[in-house]
Design a protein. Structure first.
Length: 302
């Protein structure tokens, strides 16, 4: 046979394997779901390639030559190895060892990553998670290069050309410390809401208005924001130590000890949370399982 692998025809090798097993062109054709003339033609090409008759007629059908018998074992091993290579890699969460790189906003770190890690530790304890901040400008290149495997973003900020899955829809609530003077009221009126001092999270830093202020402006009202911080993580400490109130995503308020939650007295548009990933990991069994666990964990929290 031509020693150049570029001329290797796997279909011919499959035909030779079937002929060696069946010792009959008719039975080999049936096994391969081909016609008898097609297999006869393949046998002719095999004889030319190996410069050997491979099979000779005998009283009880076809008998392999010595050369064919020498080829039988290696060909079967080769076809088996190729078959295994084409099978998807089995993923076992309990024994898997890998590192998943995840880009997350400050909000998603608490609302998504923390419950995800809790579930992951139970089901796949040897998988490591490397969390990085989301940089909208760098994210497409990071995903292309494989620096980031998953990105926790909003549908509007998801870079084009990526796969994505919805995690949940978020809404805003108002929070204050448990013994805040306003806590004695079951509902927060718009008048009192606007009269109180507010704290606000400005991820970029320095801003004193956000989605709540835009909602107030649409109805001709405003509030007084006296503290602006860059992180949701420090906000509970500030609220517990003051008479400030804040409007935050509901999933953050659910886990804040010592804080009371009230519905805002106006309609504040919420947002969706999405996980996005690159085509390079789309079919990988490990990444498919991890994405599924992430989505299931988020949706189970409601």
């Amino acid at each position: 046979m031509n020693p150049d692998i570029r001329h290797l025809d796997l279909n011919l090798l499959k035909a030779l394997d079937a002929l060696l097993d069946e010792r009959s062109v008719t039975r080999a054709a049936a096994r391969l779901s081909l016609t008898q003339p097609a297999v006869s033609g393949m046998l002719t090409r095999l004889r030319e390639s190996f410069n050997d008759p491979l099979f000779v007629r005998a009283q009880r059908g076809m008998v392999p030559t010595l050369r064919a018998e020498q080829l039988a074992g290696p060909i079967k091993q080769m076809l088996s190895a190729i078959g295994q290579m084409l099978q998807p890699h089995a993923f076992e969460p309990h024994t898997a060892t890998m590192t998943l790189s995840l880009a997350s906003t400050d909000y998603a770190l608490r609302a998504v990553v923390v419950p995800f890690l809790s579930a992951l530790r139970v089901q796949a304890p040897n998988i490591r998670i490397a969390v990085q901040p989301v940089d909208p400008q760098q994210l497409p290149g990071q995903l292309d290069r494989g620096d980031i495997d998953l990105a926790l973003v909003t549908p509007e900020s998801t870079p084009p050309g990526l796969h994505s899955a919805a995690l949940f829809d978020e809404r805003y609530v108002c929070v204050m410390r448990d013994d805040h003077p306003e806590s004695r009221h079951e509902a927060l009126t718009l008048e009192r809401f606007c009269a109180l001092d507010h704290a606000l999270v400005s991820p970029a830093g320095g801003a004193f208005e956000g989605v709540t202020d835009h909602a107030l402006a649409r109805i001709g009202r405003s509030r007084r924001v006296t503290v602006s911080v860059t992180s949701f993580l420090v906000l509970p400490e500030i609220l517990r130590a003051s008479n400030l109130i804040a409007v935050v995503p509901r999933r953050l308020a659910l886990h804040a000890d010592g804080l009371l939650m009230r519905e805002p007295p106006l309609d504040i548009p919420g947002f969706g949370k999405t996980v996005a990933w690159h085509e390079r990991t789309h079919h990988d069994p490990a990444h498919t399982w991890l994405r599924g666990l992430l989505v299931d964990t988020c949706q189970a929290l409601g």
